[in-house]
Design a protein around this ligand. Structure first.
Ligand code: ADP
Ligand code: ZN
Length: 741
């Protein structure tokens, strides 16, 4: 038998080791192993066991198995293996994404001698030597210090034996650099929220129907995927609660995935009130020690409901019966750095491995999910009314190309007259406004500030991206290149501006226009490095201390503000000017979600103003009349015509290099040697939209195929062609089902 071990490092693949007799029982897939590598030892994850091994060099034995129970059980290992194959990623990278960081990197333990007297005679000579070393130090020794004295190999196993004899205690300690302060606001906020929560409400008829369907599936104990499409405020959370209760009553466990940004104290409070100590929460505000506790509670089965963002997909369960993916369309489910996996898609896979029910919930489902629902792959449940009886707020589209609206706007102004007046009225009435600016994407487009036209690719129907350095417009799908025009090709006027407005600029303009108002800003930059900054700002807005809040998608969903009466969307087309075929879908989702923040309580009228140059755009007109079906009809027709997902599958192969010339030469060479795959279209290589990132120039190659098998095949061939051409400085990465281009 050989153990195949995933080891983080530059080599990628799996490494083979023989298994010494003493470790035979403990060396199973999912266990952490200490393995000899080069001159020292490394920690790795046993990925699989094999009878044979192709490696012809010397095969060394495993040095040790770490920990008592393997951190990953057979069920998780099956998921990881699937992810590695599906996304074509190295097992070691997947292991790093799935394992709590401290297990691999921050293993610092202190060993404390408990026995008063000399070690018992029954110990073997090796254990006796170790015991003699340990008992001389009353305050304990760090594991690393002990290893220097007695050697690393077999140390963990020996310590376990001494511990089982009651001679020592092993304490985990945490690396000092991770002693991040726990968010002091979190618990206080949770408690404040808990006090406001009431009894579970009587379900509406629509909620009851959805709950009945879910309960039936959960009780049947088989894999069943659902799409729960419910308008904002329709009470999807209450439906999730009931489904979780049913799963628990069946003796099974439940996983709730939520987008990064909606993992707020308000949300966790709602879950804690219902599920008490059976709940474990995985959020970024936890210290490593707390995170480890939560992880252990899940691993042991003490916690039966786990709520967390993307990476909670890898939470350990004994018997997972239900997975909920809230706001399933949300972009944060796709990990873009490291291993590019989609937590929603893998939640479906995990549910199917576990004979579990999976619920994807959203007011604005992804086209992929809708398509699956329409074709019977998912059961489609719908909530069409707000649970509180409140009406959906009216949405007004404000035409920015209308000269009346442009009155008083300066060259780079972002706020038109209608919105400005509405803000003044709101302020005068002592109410609050929320201004929302989409800043997803980084690609500067060339946009006409007079007619709103954005210059797009003649071949691909996506916006062209302006590359300042090269001063050229480029298509990141097909490599079409054009010189930036001087006048707008649509209206013929000199209105073209580089577009990529920031929230900071918007905040500045608001402060200038409303010097007496209390203005705050929320975006990723504003809360960077401070977990409680977000909570504080939200708190200030909720309490009424802030009059106008300016922000990005961070404020688009999940939050509930009772004093909010005006929502303004700035530059609704900034989503549309992104070089991405999902641009219209994102614009629709955005407007719908932001509007959902307004007038959530009965009898409250909220006003939603959407500034746009293109009030006729189907994404905006459909959002304005709250008609998700109308939008889906048109969007799916467009996708079918252009053969974009869900009517095809895509992949990106990314290349990056510090040296522009070397990268350009590689790309040219690859272009000449590009292999062909029947049924797959290969576009590029072309510069990536973000053509330089952290000092590396980037290119990408896009693959489109009728189904995933063709895409996988084409990716395999391209990698086989590219790898021999790539010098040492060139990095190659694969992104299957890419969400960002
Ligand atoms: P969604 O997630 O669908 O946008 P929420 O779950 O946040 O909606 O619910 C919106 C509001 O409706 C919440 O304040 C919730 O407490 C309330 N609510 C949910 N179900 C009911 C119900 N059956 N009766 C009354 N209020 C409800
Ligand atoms: Zn193109």
């Amino acid at each position: 038998m050989y153990a195949q071990v995933a080891i983080k490092g530059p080599y990628g693949g799996l490494f083979s080791y023989t298994i010494p007799d003493a470790l035979r029982e403990a060396a199973i897939p999912g266990a952490l192993a200490l393995v000899p590598m080069g001159r020292g030892n490394r920690t790795g994850l046993i990925w699989s066991l094999a009878d044979t091994c192709d490696y012809t060099g010397e095969i060394k034995p495993l040095a040790d198995i770490l920990g008592d129970t393997p951190p990953l059980n057979a069920e998780l290992m099956r998921l990881l293996d699937y992810i590695a194959r599906y996304y074509r990623q190295a097992p070691a990278s997947i292991a790093a994404a799935a394992l709590p960081a401290h297990l691999l990197h921050d293993r610092k333990r202190r060993v404390i001698w408990l026995g008063e007297t000399a070690p018992p005679d029954s110990l073997s000579p090796a254990l006796r030597a170790l015991a003699d070393h340990l008992r001389k130090r009353k305050n304990g020794l760090m594991e690393s210090t002990i290893a220097q004295h007695v050697g690393r190999a077999g140390l963990d196993r020996k310590l376990k034996l001494l511990r089982d004899d009651g001679l020592i205690r092993i304490e985990e300690s945490w690396d000092a650099r991770h002693k991040a302060r726990e968010n002091p606001h979190w618990e206080a906020e949770e408690q404040a929220e808990v006090r406001q929560l009431h009894e579970p409400p009587q379900l509406t008829d629509e909620q009851q129907e959805a709950v009945d369907a879910l309960n039936e599936a959960i009780t049947a104990g088989r894999f069943a995927p659902f799409l729960l499409q419910g308008v904002t405020g329709s009470g999807k959370t209450e439906v999730y609660f009931r489904a979780v209760e049913t799963a628990l009553a069946q003796g099974r466990q439940a996983l709730l995935l939520v987008p990064e940004i909606s993992l707020t104290p308000q949300l966790t409070a709602r879950y804690r009130v219902r599920f008490h100590e059976t709940l474990a929460v995985f959020h970024s505000g936890l210290t490593p020690a707390r995170r480890h506790d939560e992880w252990r509670r899940a691993r042991s089965g003490q916690a039966r409901v786990i709520i967390g963002a993307r990476s909670a997909l890898f939470a350990p369960f004994a018997d997972l019966g239900l997975i909920v993916v809230d706001e399933e369309h949300d972009g944060s489910y796709k990990q873009e750095e490291g291993v590019p996996y989609h937590a929603r898609d893998m939640a479906i896979v995990r549910a199917s491995f576990n004979q579990a029910v999976v619920v994807l919930g959203s007011a604005t489902p992804a086209m992929e999910s809708l398509h699956n629902a329409q074709h019977g792959k998912y059961h489609h449940l719908r909530l069409t009314q707000r649970a509180t009886g409140a009406d959906l707020p009216p949405i007004e589209l404000v035409d920015l190309s209308d000269p009346q609206n442009r009155e008083g706007m300066r060259a780079h102004s972002l706020i038109g007259k209608t919105l400005r007046e509405a803000m003044s009225e709101t302020l005068a009435a002592g109410k609050q406004s929320l201004l929302f600016l989409n800043r997803r994407g980084f690609a500067p487009a060339l946009l006409c500030n007079l007619c709103g036209h954005s210059v797009s690719c003649p071949n691909c129907a996506v916006a062209l991206t302006l590359h300042k350095g090269r001063n050229q417009l480029m298509c990141h799908y097909c490599d079409h290149v054009a010189d930036p025009p001087d006048v707008c090709p649509e209206c013929g006027q000199l209105g073209l501006i580089r577009f990529g407005p920031g929230t900071e600029r918007l905040e500045e303009e608001v402060k200038q226009r409303f010097p007496d108002a209390n203005v705050a800003r929320l975006d990723r930059d504003a809360v960077k490095g401070s977990a409680d900054r977000l909570a504080k700002t939200l708190d200030a807005f909720r309490s009424g201390a802030v009059d106008i809040l300016v922000g990005t998608q961070m404020i688009a969903k999940g939050h509930h503000f009772s004093g909010l009466s005006l929502v303004g969307v700035i530059a609704a087309e900034s989503a549309m000017s992104q070089p991405d075929f999902r641009a219209a879908e994102r614009a629709f989702q955005l407007v719908t979600q932001v509007a959902g923040r307004a007038g959530r309580e009965r009898g409250q009228t909220g006003r939603v103003l959407v500034q746009t140059f293109d009030p006729q755009h189907y994404a905006l007109t459909a959002a304005a009349c709250h008609d998700a079906d109308l939008f889906a009809d048109q969007e799916l027709r467009f996708r079918a015509e252009a053969e974009y997902p869900p009517f095809s599958r895509m992949a990106l192969v990314r290349f990056s290099c510090e040296d522009l010339g070397e990268g350009d030469r590689f790309v040219a060479e690859l272009r000449r040697n590009l292999p062909h795959t029947e049924g797959a279209l290969v576009l590029g290589p072309a510069p990536a939209p973000l053509s330089k990132l952290r000092g590396r120039h980037r290119w990408q190659l896009m693959i489109k195929g009728a189904d995933i098998r063709m895409v996988h095949q084409a990716v395999g061939r391209i990698l086989a062609a590219a790898e021999p051409l790539a010098g040492r400085n060139l990095r190659i990465g694969v992104d299957i089902d890419p969400q960002a281009f």
